[in-house]
Every structure is written in structure tokens, then in C-alpha cells.
Design a protein around this ligand. Structure first.
Ligand code: TD3
Ligand code: ZN
Length: 307
């Protein structure tokens, strides 16, 4: 109960065949919406912040809100650094009580990724924190960086085996065809499940699916109805997520779905109540909209009553 590290929740998930949701937050309403859903369903939960979120809100605010939320929740909560790009950010997160960090050197040459990850593992394990790394590279808007087709590659399973052995990393994010953001597929959504299965069997550690948002039609329609202009959005369907969980995915990252629900709700509240300027009246329903997304995701991941 309360604050635990990533291995603690993922090893159980791997053994029992479900995944734990990792949800990004940048403010109090998002954090509360996520936690409310996890507590209500007795689900373990991973709350995560990117470097961009830390730049936006300040790590003191984010870490103290997250620690307080974890301590008072009667479920297992992991506080995770998402896409940490340097050892400096990793150390900053560890010093602020994060129980898990991602070192994402997937844009660097393989050898450099390996040595940075190994160093992050040595440092994080001294704090009893876990480490996630990435091999291959996802397309899309990743935090503040846009990775195009040419910059993206899928994971090499044999390399993954060697990487995991050499670094002692606790969890691995293999690029298998997802991308960050709201525009993941042009045609039929497809992931490289064979590659995923191979990585799972060759590495034996819990795997992480990035760029996993489902991009719900309801959020897009609501946003567009109240003034947004979002066209051609497509996410990962729930049945593909379930298949990926069967094949070794134990942590599923969701950010875009929360952003879409949040902004669609704000648009709706402002449009429906043009006289309103009490923030609580606008952001109260918005917090509920975030919660509804997380409740749905927990249902898909099968993590309810495992907290
Ligand atoms: O790491 N993340 C979240 C942060 C970057 C993108 O917003 C994910 O893998 C989730 O990606 P998404 O865009 O599918 O929610
Ligand atoms: Zn990601």
C-alpha cells in the first residue's frame, strides 16, 4: 500500500497477466482524477511526469503532490519519471522521491544508450527505485520533440536480449509500431506482435507500451463540437492493447487520452456556461472527465482489485 517501486507492481502484473496503467499529469486536477479512479477500482497505478511537465510545473510541486497522493491512497502507487533524457533529470527525480525513472537514450547510438542506462540503473537501485529504458524509437510528438518517419525504428529483439542482460534494467519499452500523440495510424491500426512476443521471451522482463492512447471518438467529437479542429486522429484500439498484454506488456502509458478529455471538457463547460468564471465550476467536471478515462483504461488493462 502507498508508495512502491515499478518492479513491485510490474512483476506481479507479469505473473498474473494484467497491465498497470501509467498516466501522465501536469496539474492537480489530472492527478486527482487519476487517483480517484485507481482508488475506486482498487487498482495499482503509476503516475508519471515528463521533463516537459517538470519544466512547466516545477518538480517540487509535482513531486510533493504525487507523494502526498500516494501516501494517503490505500492502493499501490508508483511515481515515475517518463522519458528522462539525462542522468541529471534522473537524479533530480530520485532526490524528490520518485520510485521509478525512465532513462530514454533511444535517440542515441546503441552503445551510448546502453552505458547511460547502466549508469541510471546503478544510481536508481541505490534509492530502491526501478529503471525503464527504451529500444527502437517511436514516432510522433514525444514531450516537446517531434520524431518523424525517418527518425523512428522498431526494436531489434536480439539486441534487446543483450541490452537487458548488460544493463540490469527493470523494464523495457520496445518500439513495436505505436507512436506518441493523437495521430497514430493512417490506415488500419497494426502493431508488430511477433516482434513483441520475441522481445518478451528473449528478455524475460516486464515490457512497456508507449504511445498507447486509444484516442476516444467521444473526446474528439466533443472537442470539435465546442470549437476544436482535430482531424484524422486515431489511437490504439482496446483489443490490440489486450493482445499486447497477453504478449508481455505490463505497463501501458496514456497521456493523449487525458489531454483530449481535459480540453474537451473545458471547452464544453465554457461553451455551456458563458457567464461562469469560477474555476471550480469549470475544472470540477474536467477532473471527472479525466477520472472517467482512467476508469475505462483500468477496465481494459485488467488491473482492478489488484492494488
Ligand atoms: O510517454 N507517454 C506520454 C508522454 C508523451 C506523449 O504525450 C506515452 O507513451 C503515452 O503516449 P500517448 O500519446 O499515446 O498518450
Ligand atoms: Zn512515451
Amino acid at each position: 500500500m502507498g508508495l512502491v517501486n515499478l518492479s513491485h507492481v510490474l512483476l506481479k502484473a507479469k505473473e498474473r497477466g494484467y497491465a498497470v496503467g501509467a498516466f501522465n499529469f501536469v496539474n492537480m486536477e489530472m492527478l486527482q482524477g487519476i487517483l480517484d479512479a485507481a482508488v475506486e477500482t482498487h487498482s495499482p497505478v503509476i503516475i508519471q511526469t515528463t521533463e516537459g511537465a517538470i519544466e512547466y510545473a516545477g518538480i517540487d510541486y509535482l513531486a510533493s503532490m504525487a507523494r502526498m497522493a500516494a501516501e494517503k491512497a490505500n492502493i499501490e502507487v508508483v511515481i515515475h519519471l517518463d522519458h528522462g533524457k539525462s542522468l541529471d533529470t534522473v537524479m533530480l527525480a530520485l532526490e524528490h522521491g520518485y520510485t521509478s525513472v525512465m532513462i530514454d537514450a533511444s535517440d542515441k547510438p546503441y552503445k551510448e544508450n546502453l552505458s547511460l542506462t547502466k549508469e541510471a540503473v546503478d544510481r536508481a537501485h541505490k534509492f530502491n527505485a526501478s529503471v525503464e529504458a527504451e529500444l527502437g524509437r517511436l514516432k510522433g510528438i514525444e514531450d516537446n520533440v517531434n520524431v518523424d518517419d525517418a527518425g523512428s525504428t522498431l526494436v531489434d529483439p536480439e539486441q534487446a536480449k543483450e541490452f537487458v542482460k548488460a544493463t540490469g534494467v527493470d523494464a523495457l519499452a520496445p518500439a513495436i509500431g505505436t507512436s506518441h500523440g493523437a495521430f497514430k495510424f493512417k490506415g488500419t491500426p497494426r502493431l508488430d506482435m511477433k516482434r513483441l512476443e520475441l522481445v518478451a521471451s528473449l528478455t524475460g522482463i516486464p515490457l512497456v507500451l508507449h504511445g498507447a492512447s486509444s484516442v476516444p471518438k467521444g473526446s474528439i467529437e466533443k472537442a470539435n463540437k465546442y470549437g476544436a479542429n482535430i482531424k484524422g486522429a486515431a489511437g490504439v484500439p482496446d483489443d490490440i492493447i489486450k493482445q499486447a498484454i497477453k504478449q508481455g506488456i505490463c505497463k501501458v502509458n496514456t497521456d493523449t487520452d487525458l489531454r483530449l478529455a481535459f480540453t474537451a471538457s473545458v471547452r464544453e463547460e465554457l461553451a455551456k456556461h458563458p457567464e461562469e468564471f469560477d474555476l471550480r465550476k469549470i475544472l470540477g467536471p474536467t477532473r471527472q472527465a479525466v477520472k472517467a478515462i482512467v476508469l475505462n483504461r483500468i477496465g481494459v488493462f485488467g488491473s482492478g482489485n489488484r492494488g
